[in-house]
Design a protein around this ligand. Sequence first.
Ligand SMILES: [Fe+2]
Ligand SMILES: [Fe+2]
Length: 268
Amino acid sequence: MRTIAQISDLHFGRHDPVVCEALLASLNDQSPNLVAISGDLTQRARTREFIAARRFLDHIAAPKLIVPGNHDIPLYNVAGRLLAPLAKYRRFVAPAGLISSLVADDEIAVLGLSTVRRLTGKHGRLSPAQIAHIRHVFEAVSPRAVKVLVTHHPLGATSGDASLTLAGRSALALQAISVVGVHLLLSGHYHRTSHGVIEAEMTPDTSVLIVHAGTAMSTRTRQEPNSYNLIRIDGTRMSVTVMEWLAPDFRATATAAYALIDGHWQTA
Ligand SMILES: [Fe+2]
Ligand SMILES: [Fe+2]
């Protein structure tokens, strides 16, 4: 069994330091196999925010896979945004974890991709090369591994949720995800927790679970408390536990179980 802790939208610079300390304690207490961090580590990509984010990352004991969010590139520094949008991110965050890369063993294969674009607005986009990369990478992993893709911007919404604007080229990405049999999509950006199955745009023989994370410590919450997700993967069984900030610590408030039956995720 593998446990992934998904934390998202930390927004250092507009974060709650008490929640931050409790999050660190909770993560290290859970000792997951991997901490997947789905973007927006900072509020405005300021140097001091990246320094605080790096200090936080350095205190997480577990391996980390990190992708950037739209808040991790400069907003007001136009030259910086156009010429080197991820310069600070690469300087401060890259040494602390794996970026746009793969963590794989016999049980899980987790790929992170940046959906951040300097010109295409806050909803992000994948490039055709990244979509080809999804197929290339997952075709080469262990056939037994549960395949997981981490992005900041959602590539899909759970059935019945039409409120999210998906990243650009999501439909093309979902085709590749379907062909190569990705099991699980992790994303953030909306500061809202939800999870479930997406069936739309999938081929008849596949289905994909999607897990959206809330904001782990930002004070900009959207009608729900700070939270992170604990995802336990055991072959064809998976569970998603939402860990909510209930002062003075994070506590499990809900767990949903899924099972892959005849190629389709179903609630177990
Ligand atoms: Fe965010
Ligand atoms: Fe975002």
